[in-house]
Design a protein around this ligand. Structure first.
Ligand code: SF4
Length: 379
């Protein structure tokens, strides 16, 4: 099972971001970390696992986990040590902002079980970084990678964004090349989304920015696939690339429908079958409810159709695709027939393929229109 811990604190907000995060004062951090410990205890009790929960992957995401003070970080890992049982080869990831990565921070991390760092670089162009209201510069991102490598962290992911207003294909290619030259083990690259409620969305509504041309975004994605393939990286999920042996095990478990527990304000959990739950997106309310012994979670029961749709949406994103025999045994012969009927035109156009081991996967051509294909296969 995977465990996700949400650390919602950010020093400032980036204009494109719709993740749950807060700029609440640092004084909230210790209370929040204590509440996380209480949530683990409440969930362990509810699941009858005793006082401890076991996990194979642990992911500290945000928000900005690297914004935790040294005291809060140390307390969080002492709680983790007391209340979680990490498997012998547990993948333990922490997300970081480049300007938080210092030799002192890395020295603190070395005293914890963290063995993978995921860093939001987004671009190596300072003008773009300023526009996005990222706190760091390109120079700080390069330095952060150097500090992490010197500190003994070799399993590093860098995030990039493409399709940014004003960004050229050449600029994005330079970003990808720069990631490769920094010799990190993993790259996640996402097309910019204009999410409702963000300052970027409002800017577009007012005509202050225009969305990148679709051709340009597709061109960026094509070059991303070519450059990473030439470098020997596996394209194992629509937006994720890794050198052999460095796939993100935690994120892979989301795409394959494994159970996970999300701890903290705004975190989601899934039992691997038909129950999903969502913690409230409010730090104060979260701390208060947990203090009273109440899990501030809303539970949703997934119908068979919901589970089928999720399965198609998540598994088709991966290079490993959808196993047809597993789909039949999980959803029945009728639903498998439906899937194949809806897939037929895409199979004929070479956008989907069925491999020798009876797995339905996107082809390279299909990757460019994956959203359309996935929605066609849903009920
Ligand atoms: S640092 Fe990350 S979580 Fe915080 S606002 Fe920026 S993108 Fe969102």
């Amino acid at each position: 099972m995977g465990i996700y811990i949400h650390i919602p604190f950010c020093r400032s907000r980036c204009i494109y971001c719709d993740f749950f995060s807060t700029t609440l004062a640092e004084s909230w951090q210790l209370a929040y970390v204590e509440a996380l410990g209480q949530e683990i205890a409440l969930r362990a009790e509810a699941s009858e696992q005793g006082t401890k929960m076991q996990c194979d992957t642990l992911y500290l995401g945000g928000g900005t986990p690297s914004q935790l003070s040294g005291q809060a970080l140390a307390r969080l890992f002492s709680i983790i040590e007391q209340r979680l049982i990490l498997s012998a080869d547990c993948e333990v990831t922490i997300e970081a902002n480049p300007d938080d990565v210092t030799p002192e921070w890395v020295a603190l991390l070395k005293q914890t079980p963290v063995n993978r760092i995921s860093m939001g670089v987004q671009s190596f162009d300072d003008e773009i970084l300023r526009f996005l209201r990222r706190r760091h510069t390109a120079k700080q991102a390069r330095k952060a990678v150097e500090i992490l490598h010197d500190g003994g962290f070799q399993n590093l992911n860098l995030d990039l964004i493409y399709g940014l207003p004003g960004q050229t294909q050449q600029q994005f290619e330079n970003d990808v090349q720069e990631v490769l030259s920094l010799q990190t083990s993993h790259l996640s690259a996402y097309a910019l989304q204009f999410e409702s409620g963000t300052p970027l969305f409002a800017m577009r509504e007012k005509g202050l920015v225009t969305e990148a041309d679709e051709e340009l975004s597709l061109g960026c994605y094509e070059r991303l696939m070519d450059i990473t393939a030439q470098a020997g990286m596996e394209h194992y999920e629509i937006s994720n690339f890794a050198y052999p042996g460095f796939r993100s095990r935690h994120n892979s478990s989301y795409w394959t429908g494994s159970p996970y527990i999300g701890l903290g304000a705004g975190a989601h959990s899934y039992d691997g079958r038909c129950l999903r739950s969502y913690n409230c997106e409010d730090v104060r309310q979260y701390v208060e409810n947990i203090g009273k012994g109440v899990l501030p979670a809303t539970t949703e029961h997934l119908s068979s159709d919901d589970r089928y749709n999720e399965c198609v949406m998540l598994r088709l994103r991966t290079r490993d695709g959808l196993r047809l025999d597993a789909m039949e045994s999980e959803f029945g012969t009728e639903r498998l027939r439906y899937l194949l009927r809806m897939a037929d035109s895409h199979l004929r156009r070479g956008k989907l393929q069925i491999t020798a081991d009876k797995t339905l996967c996107l082809t390279r051509r299909g990757l460019f229109v994956s959203d359309d294909i996935i929605s066609d296969l849903m009920v």
